[in-house]
Design a protein around this ligand. Structure first.
Ligand SMILES: [Zn+2]
Length: 427
């Protein structure tokens, strides 16, 4: 086994330039989401590149999924490399979409320039660098140990940044993550090369609306202001809900520290007249607002039940109602995901931990992500619980200007992933 470890790591090291080039090629296809640009071009290019290396490639459009349209079809790639005898299947899943560029860049976001051992560009860290790392890890393992059991799969999927419905959720519905088909899943999201991410907190998004009655702004007593009602809601949140959430602490190893408690963000607030169109120079009309809305983003812990999470908000609204004549409201569910956490003793976790010790000479840290990622679909729809996120790249750089990934980190992580394959498929 020592020999095989050395042989695998030598094959990984020999592919350093290939790994850099593959990352650069992926970054240079700007698969921006929204709206979901150039997905087909990316999966076709990657499919050809992988076929040339002996992978069996399937391109799958998530026809009819949320976000899929003829102008912006949701394309996914699933590649498979079978061993020489029966065994288990290890699947690496990386999303190929990237978020908008935003301001503040000093590098061209799609040139994938190299400077001081780093590749710069949108999607380098989150997560085309991780996807490339998994592919190169698999190819290095296969070269070092062609007589392996089971099979290796790599998927490049759409829309993780917008919920994953046209990507992993669709593939899970089609049976690609059925535990009879796949036994181990690693998602190479940028969680730092020495950390294993076991899962994520839960999320509930809802829209809350307060209602009022329109009237002339000079005689507001003839109407009923939905904005003042919403003000009372926000005040009650500050007075009772935020202190309550701050007390709820989790035993999940969530990072960063601030996310070890329940959190609530108010994503937006709208009330009264719509914002004036750009270029409009007139005054707004004097009206009492008959409608105000907020969108809330509540993140909850594995110790909490989603029904209690919703009831907290409902009873808050009822408390406000009891004190305000004419108060009427509505709560509309938008989106929810329950928390997910893989056991530290799960086979994929143990193999990855052992591989990190071999490559980096240190024990891994176990973490849980504050926000959700595609593990939710593999867990809930696929019913496959032996899944982690592990990959190179620094989490804090995701979605930032001048996003980058370190080349040494990618090579180290590729070594870890290749040794995981040796552990799970090599015998
Ligand atoms: Zn990501």
């Amino acid at each position: 086994m020592v020999d095989l470890t050395e042989k695998i790591l030598a094959e990984v090291a020999a592919r350093r330039d290939t790994l850099v080039a593959l990352t650069q090629d992926l970054v240079r296809i700007p698969t921006l989401n929204p709206p979901g640009e150039r997905y087909r071009e990316l999966v076709e290019w990657l499919g050809q590149r992988m076929e040339a290396q002996g992978w069996q490639v399937e391109l799958i459009r998530a026809t009819g999924a949320i976000g899929d349209s003829d102008s912006h079809p949701r394309w996914n790639l699933v590649a498979r490399f079978a061993g020489t005898r029966p065994g288990e299947v290890v699947h690496f899943n990386g999303h190929h979409d990237v978020v908008e560029v935003g301001n503040g860049w000093t590098h061209d976001p799609f040139a994938a320039e190299i400077e001081d051992g780093r590749i710069y560009g949108r999607g380098t860290c989150d997560m085309k660098g991780g996807l490339a790392t998994a592919i190169i890890a698999a190819e290095a393992f296969i070269a070092a140990n062609p007589d392996f059991a089971g099979a290796i799969e790599v998927s490049a999927t759409a829309d993780e940044e917008s919920g994953g419905y046209g990507g992993v959720a669709y593939l899970a519905e089609q049976g690609y993550f059925n535990p009879e088909r796949v036994q181990h899943v690693i998602i190479p999201e940028p969680l730092n090369k020495d950390r294993i991410c076991l899962g994520h907190r839960g999320v509930w998004w809802a829209e809350i609306e307060t209602k009022g009655r329109i009237a002339h702004g000079s005689m507001p007593f003839l109407g009923d202001s939905a904005i003042r009602h919403m003000g009372a809601v926000l005040e009650e949140m500050e007075r009772t809900l935020y202190p309550l959430l701050a007390q709820k602490r989790t035993d999940m190893p969530v990072v960063p520290e601030g996310a070890k408690q329940s959190t609530l963000n108010i994503n937006s607030i709208h009330g009264g007249e719509p914002e004036p169109a750009p270029g409009f120079t007139g005054f707004p009309a004097p009206c009492v607002a008959d409608r105000a809305r907020i969108v809330i983003d509540r993140r909850f812990l594995i110790e909490e039940d989603i029904r209690d999470v919703k009831d907290e908000v409902k009873s808050l609204m009822e408390r406000v109602k009891a004190e305000r004549p004419g108060f009427e409201y509505e709560i509309r569910d938008m989106h929810e995901v329950v928390p997910s956490m893989t056991d530290e003793d799960a086979p994929v976790v143990r193999s990855t931990a052992a591989a990190i010790e071999k490559v980096l000479g240190q024990r891994p840290a176990y973490v849980v992500s504050p926000g959700t990622y595609d593990q939710k679909h593999i867990d809930r729809i696929g019913r496959l619980h032996n899944c982690i996120a592990y990959g190179p790249g620094i989490l804090d750089l995701a979605h930032q200007p001048d996003e980058w990934i370190g080349i040494d980190d990618m090579v180290d992580s590729a070594g870890v992933m290749a040794l995981v394959l040796a552990e799970l498929l090599g015998r």
